[in-house]
Design a protein around this ligand. Structure first.
Ligand SMILES: Nc1ncnc2c1ncn2[C@@H]1O[C@H](COP(=O)(O)OP(=O)(O)O)[C@@H](O)[C@H]1O
Ligand SMILES: [Mg+2]
Length: 234
């Protein structure tokens, strides 16, 4: 479905990604892990068209995404939930959700999509007229996820969805993510919660300082001594 081949991305002189290749097939949930600054967000941003590609290829269903602007990438159904959620705090929950359906491809079904989001997140239905900025962290992450669902994603890319949440709220968000994948959603999950992430994904990639250093089935990664020492403090 999506393939990234030998991707290199630079910020000025600094190479943030070097020769990185990943594959995601339909229905799969893939993990992208790595320490702070290893290049996870840069990889999502390169796929979304938010940062330019120095070298390499990104292919979506046999078509190159290279050089496409972010709105064109979105219109193909590749939807990113950004790190830090990026909500509009002074707008209501419902208004924030509506922002996800601005594209003409999905705008017609906005009411239907809204009902679907409210049935996935009943708590957001109760708070639909509340300002997004007044919600708890976990609820704000639900709004960010809901807004992405409004865009009818075919590939959902989640950047650190549990960052800053309490363990209880994080567990709830991981449950929701697993549920979305069970219903057939293809997901690329970026997280520093290595244990929780590898428990719900099938295949994983590990980035270190812009290099892809490890890739394997998540069961194997959970047992890998390198993962244990680098990320689990064991
Ligand atoms: N806009 C930018 N300009 C310059 N350097 C950046 C920019 N964004 C990220 N970087 C640098 O690129 C590297 C990778 O960052 P990032 O992709 O955000 O990593 P991660 O998401 O894994 O924490 C880091 O060294 C970071 O400081
Ligand atoms: Mg990041």
């Amino acid at each position: 479905m999506l393939s990234v081949e030998n991707l290199t991305v630079c910020y000025g002189q600094m190479k943030a990604l070097r020769d990185v290749s990943i594959e995601i097939s339909a229905g799969q949930m893939v993990a992208l892990i790595g320490a702070n600054g290893s290049g996870k967000t840069t990889l999502l941003n390169a796929i979304s068209g938010l940062v330019p590609i120095e070298e390499g290829k990104i292919t979506w269903e046999e078509q190159s995404l290279k050089g496409l602007p972010p709105d064109k990438v979105c219109s193909k159904g590749i939807i990113q939930v950004p790190e830090g959620r990026k909500l509009f705090p002074a707008m209501t929950v419902e208004e924030n959700l509506m922002m996800g359906a601005y594209h003409p491809n999905v705008r017609k079904q906005v009411q239907e999509s809204l009902q679907k989001v409210f049935s996935t997140f009943p708590r957001l239905a109760d708070r639909r007229r509340q300002f997004a900025g007044s919600l708890s962290g976990g609820e704000q992450q639900m709004v960010a996820l809901g807004r992405a669902l409004m865009a009818k994603p075919r590939l959902l890319m989640l950047d650190e969805p549990s960052l800053g949440l309490s363990p209880k709220a994080a567990a709830e968000i991981f449950d929701i993510i697993r549920g979305l994948n069970k219903e057939g959603m293809t997901i690329l999950l970026v997280s520093q919660e290595v244990m929780q992430t590898l428990a719900i994904t099938t295949y994983g990639y590990v980035l270190e300082n812009g290099d892809l250093v490890l890739q394997d089935d998540c069961k194997c990664l959970q047992e890998d001594p390198k993962v244990k020492t680098s990320y689990l403090g064991m």
